[in-house]
Design a protein around this ligand. Structure first.
Ligand code: CTP
Length: 474
């Protein structure tokens, strides 16, 4: 594992940091995730500079050289200072020694040495430092075997794992997030420590937890992270509804699938086709109500009737408990959960135009996403079965394309407006308007009339007269 740090530090703002650290007479280092990401050849925009003493002084001098002193944000309590230079975010901090109390993530902080600072970090791969002073520019400091662990793709804590995780329980989520994001292995001792400390995740704020959770969701193969969350017991603390999906029951020799592992497979399948966070969340949520709707019916077997509707109903509370946004993303996930069986159902039925039209109408602009979710939902141990289903599903997709071209239902705008109805029948706002509008919409979706102004007008006249209204011009 190699990287030419000396050359790297002669670019961008680094020469100014070098000069100012030299002038102040303090040792300064590039530390943390940025060093790790350079070695892994990953993009990263957050730069952490740690100096042994006078972190804020160094930040002020660098900011002033850049003409950005006014833009420097100083957090006196944390002893840190932050500036943005173009798209880079640079944080300065003095080397620290920290000790933690049992009931809080907030440490008691004192000035410390380089080693004090590095050993209080979460993982050895994040505890690497590169010297920024001119004397020794680019020298890598690796006190805990971080380079070896990067090569071995191993997550290991610099200190005893129980201390590192109980000092800051968010690190348990970070361990799993890095494992999932980078496809690394968590050292056995660490895994056991996470199991022992999982309950302590409760002292961490929802926002921090869900930030890490979303990074797991967005990782290349999210099932890796979710299996680790499950096996360590963290998932039980943060998302019990998902844990409830796990398990297989057998009655009269008939078993249902394990919905936890099925959900993870759907999530992985989908992740091969999309990086959209909320679409991935729809995969996580699609069967969430299966445990609550599960029945064994004589002669039928296992059923989960209505799990799509109940799942949609459960979504707001689950999002709230997790600290996920309750506006548009939640509504989008809710919609996909509610509709997730519809395209599959079309495979089994004789595909009628009107069933397809209704699906297009209800899914609207989210139709492509729904189809991606449904494709990903076709899982089975039997490869033949999957192939057959996917082929049938292609037919549904073709049919959708066909109906869509013909009927322009996607962004359906009713061809008769409430105003037109009032004018035609000489009435004011009343319940008849809704009834007539709905009847016209239903007739279009059922294929009784086309999505066409003239046909809709005729139909409106007929419906109005059925209700006892008379067109004023007639
Ligand atoms: N760190 C830590 N414990 C935490 C958070 C951070 O020890 N709970 C340390 C690590 O050394 C980390 C550094 O602080 O590398 C910077 O943290 P942060 O910017 O949050 O994470 P990165 O490691 O940079 O990773 P990413 O940018 O992917 O979040």
């Amino acid at each position: 594992m190699n990287f030419d740090f000396a050359s790297y530090l002669q670019r961008d703002i680094f020469p100014i940091v070098t000069e100012e650290a030299d002038a102040l007479g303090v040792e300064a280092y590039l530390v943390g995730g940025h060093v790790r990401d350079l070695l892994l050849n990953r993009a990263s925009k957050d730069i952490d500079i740690m100096s042994v003493g006078r972190g804020i002084d160094l930040a002020e001098r660098v900011a002033s050289r850049l003409g950005l002193l006014e833009k420097l944000v100083v957090y006196k309590n944390f002893g840190t200072a932050l500036i943005h230079v173009d798209s880079l975010e640079i944080e300065f901090v003095g080397a620290r020694k920290e000790s933690y109390r049992a009931n809080s993530r907030k440490p008691i902080v004192e000035d410390g040495t380089l080693e004090d600072d590095l050993k209080r970090r979460d993982f050895t791969i994040n505890a690497l430092a590169v010297k920024v002073n001119s004397d020794g520019l680019g020298t890598l400091v690796d006190l805990f075997g971080g380079i070896r662990h990067l090569e071995q793709k191993l997550l290991k804590t610099p200190l005893d794992a129980d201390i590192t995780y109980s000092d800051d329980p968010l690190r348990m989520m970070r361990a799993i997030r890095f494992a999932s994001q980078l496809n690394f292995t968590i050292e056995q001792e660490s895994l056991e420590a996470i199991q022992r400390n999982a309950h302590r995740i409760n002292i961490v704020s929802k926002e921090r937890i869900v930030d890490e959770l979303n990074k797991i969701v967005l990782s290349p193969r999210p099932s890796k992270g979710f299996k680790l969350l499950f096996n360590t017991g963290l998932l039980h603390q943060i998302f019990p509804e998902m844990v409830a999906l796990q398990g297989v029951e057998t009655v009269d020799g008939k078993s249902h699938k394990d919905n936890f592992y099925h959900t993870l497979q759907v999530l992985d399948n989908l992740s091969n086709h999309t990086d959209k966070l909320w679409l991935r969340w729809a995969a996580i949520m699609h069967d969430i109500a299966k445990p609550a709707t599960k029945r064994f019916e004589e002669g039928v077997g296992w059923t989960f009737h209505g799990h799509e509707d109940l799942g949609a109903k459960m979504t707001p509370k689950i999002f709230k408990n997790l600290g996920l946004p309750l506006h548009d993303p939640m509504k989008y996930v809710q919609k996909l959960v509610r509709l997730h069986l519809r395209p599959i159902a079309l495979v089994k039925e004789e595909i009628t135009d009107s069933a397809v039209r209704r699906l297009i109408f209800e899914a609207g602009e989210d139709l492509e996403d729904l189809m991606l979710l449904c494709n990903a939902d076709i899982t089975s141990k039997n490869e033949e079965k999957v192939k057959r289903y996917l082929a049938n599903f292609k037919k549904v997709e073709e049919k959708i394309r066909e109906v869509e071209e013909k009927d322009r239902i996607r962004n359906f705008q009713p061809p008769v407006t409430g105003e037109l109805i009032m004018k035609t029948f000489g009435i004011g706002p009343c319940k008849y308007i809704g009834i007539i509008k709905n009847a016209v919409k239903e007739a279009i979706l059922d294929g009784i009339i086309e999505n066409d102004e003239k046909q809709a007008y005729e139909y409106m006249l007929k419906e109005g007269m059925k209700l006892g209204l008379k067109p004023i011009s007639a």
